[in-house]
Design a protein around this ligand. Sequence first.
Ligand code: EPU
Length: 435
Amino acid sequence: MVGVTETWQVEPSGPLRGDIGVRGSKNAVTKHMVAAMLGDGPSTIRNAPEVGDVDITAAMLEAVGFAVSRDGGEITIAPNGKLESRVPAAFTGLNRIPILMLGPLLHRTGEAFVPLVGGDPIGRRPVDFHVSALRALGAEVEAGPDGITARATRLHGARIDLPYPSVGATETVLLSAVRAEGKTVVRNAATEPEVVELALFLQRMGAHIELSPDRRIVIEGVPRLRGASRWLAGDRLEAFSYLAAGLITRGEVRVHGCPQDRLVTAITTLAKMGAQIDITDEWITASAPSGLRPAAVSTDTHPGFMTDWQQPLMVLFTQAEGMSVLHETVFENRLVYVPALQKMGCEIETFAACLGGEACRFHDTNAVHSAVIRGVSKLVGADVTLPDVRAGFSAVLAAAVADRPSVLRGIHHIERGYHRPFDQFGSLGLTIHRG
Ligand code: EPU
C-alpha cells in the first residue's frame, strides 16, 4: 500500500487508447476473505485485485489468527490454530469490513469485538441494519464509542426485513445465517452482483442458500462449512471507469474480463449518449467519434445505474454537448467530491432537490444529492486533494483533458480500490509522475 502523502502529477495526455484487463472487485474480494473465516479448511480466491483494501483485510484476518498467503491474483486463507475474538483497534476507520466479521467471529469464538468502521465520507453510513440483523439472529450486541461487541453461544435463524436493500447488511445476514441453527429469511435484500458472488462462494463452502424472487433470500443454517475456491468475475465499476476514460479523452479503451450482464444499465446509458459500443464474449469497447449527447441519470440499487459509476459519468457529462442531470439516491453525501472537479473547471451546480427523476428518500432532507452539469466544460489543471476512492479516479480523468498538468494528492484512496492504476493508466497513454 502506498503512503497517504503520495501525489501524482498528471499531464494532459490526448486520447487514451488500448486494452485493459479488469480483475475481481474490491467489494467482492474482501467479502470472500471474510467468508473464508467460516470454513474448516483453506479457501482460495482467484483473480483477486492488488488493492489496498485487500492488504487491510488480510492484516485483520491475520490479527485474529488466520494464515493468509498471496501469490499474484491468488489469495489463500486458512485457519491457523487458536483464534482471537477481537479485531485490534489499530484497524479503526480503515474500511467497512470489520462489521462483516462479527458473524464469522461469533461462530468461531462465541464473542467478538470489531472497531468502528470507516470507508469513504459519502454519507452517514450507519450500521444499524447490521446490528438489528445480528440481534434478530440471537446475538447480544453492544455498540460502544470504540466499536461493537457481540456475544452468542449459537446464532439461530430469524426473519429479517431490511428497511433498504443494503449491500453490507445483506452480507452480514449471509455471513451470520449460514452457520446459524435453523432457517433465516431476509426480505428486501440487496441483489448486487457482488452479493450474489458471495452467496455462490458460501454455497461452494457447503451453505444452503436460495436466491428467491422479490429480493428474498432464504438460508438454512448448517453446522459446518468447508474451504472452497472461486475465481472472481471482473469488476463492473472498474470496467465502466476505463470505458469512460476512453470516451472522455476522445479515445477508445477496450475492457477485457467483465461480463456484459454486469454492465447492462451502464452500457445503455453510454449508448443513449451517442457512444458506439462493441461487445464480444471477451471484451467491451466504447468510442464517440461524433461527440456525446447529455443525459439525465439517477443512481439506484442493482440493476439500476450503480452509485459507484456516477463519478466517472460526471466527468463524462462535462465533455458532452449540453446540460446533463445526475440524481444520487443511494448515499446522501456522495457528491462530496464535486468541489475538487469544480476546481478543475467542471461546470457543475449541486442541489438538495431530487432532479431528473422520481423523488428519492433524501427528498425532505438537506442532503445535496443532485447535480446539473454543463458541457462542454473547458477543464483546467489544478492542485486537488482526493476525498475518496471513486472521486479520486474521476479527478484523474478530468486531469487527462485539462489544459495543463494537475497535482492530485491522496493517491492512496485510488490504490485502495483499483488494481495497479498507475500502470493501467500508463499503458493507455496517460503521462503520470509520482510525487
Ligand atoms: N444503510 C443504513 N444502515 C445500515 C446500512 C446501510 O442506513 O446499517 C444505508 C446507507 O447509509 C446507504 C444505503 O443504506 O444510504 C446503502 O448502503 P449499503 O449498505 O448498500 O452500502 P455499503 O455496503 O456500505 C457497498 C460498497 C459501496 C457501494 C455500496 C452500494 C463495500 C465495501 N462498499 O457499501 O462501495 O457504493 O455498497 O452498492 O462493499 C466503493 O467501493 O467506493 C463503495 C462506496
